[in-house]
Design a protein around this ligand. Structure first.
Ligand SMILES: [Zn+2]
Length: 175
């Protein structure tokens, strides 16, 4: 995929990490998992929704900008590939787009920052917990398919935080 060159476009601007002109914030699992735990413990479902929407909006803005920068990425497959590379290179983990089209589909993550971080800090939980990844998926697909934030819902049907073999995400239009 010569139109997308992570190494060439990833740069330092003083203390900032910049990718193709966009600054990225990086946090370790102590920060990210404590943020999630605090939101879940204090606000419950509202906190989960806040985490989802924040990730969705950030991911949407990020991908909309990058898709504009990389006009040569025309096929859905090449856009999914860019998204997977970004997810991995930002330290978020491994994610596969499986049977995904404009109407939704399934994504599978066999390893992720949030799973490793949650299990290290809190151990197994009883409910799926990859709220950030759900939001990231929604925002990425909304940008790729030219939709607005809020268009897709993402349900996690299996989660490694609950000792399932993989995290599995089902995407559907919200309407
Ligand atoms: Zn999960």
């Amino acid at each position: 995929m010569d139109a997308f060159n992570w190494k060439k476009d990833l740069q330092r601007d003083g203390p900032r990490v910049v990718f193709s002109g966009q600054p990225f914030a990086m946090h370790c699992h102590h920060y990210n998992i404590n943020l999630q735990r605090t939101l879940e413990d204090t606000l419950g479902e509202e906190g989960v929704a806040l985490l989802f929407r924040s990730a969705e909006e950030a991911s949407f803005a990020n991908f909309q900008y990058l898709l504009g920068q990389y006009g040569r990425l025309r096929t859905e497959k090449s856009k999914f590939e860019m998204a997977s590379i970004l997810f991995q290179n930002c330290g978020m983990g491994i994610i596969y787009f499986q049977q995904v089209d404009e109407n939704g589909g399934v994504l599978v993550s066999p390893a992720s920052h949030h799973v490793t971080g949650w299990l290290a800090k809190h151990g197994r939980r009883d409910t799926p917990g990859c709220h950030f990844t759900r939001g990231w998926i929604a925002g990425a697909l909304e940008a790729i398919f030219g939709k607005s934030p809020g268009y897709y819902t993402v349900r996690e049907t299996a989660c490694k935080m609950a000792r399932d073999p993989d995290c599995v995400f089902e995407v559907r239009p919200a309407g």
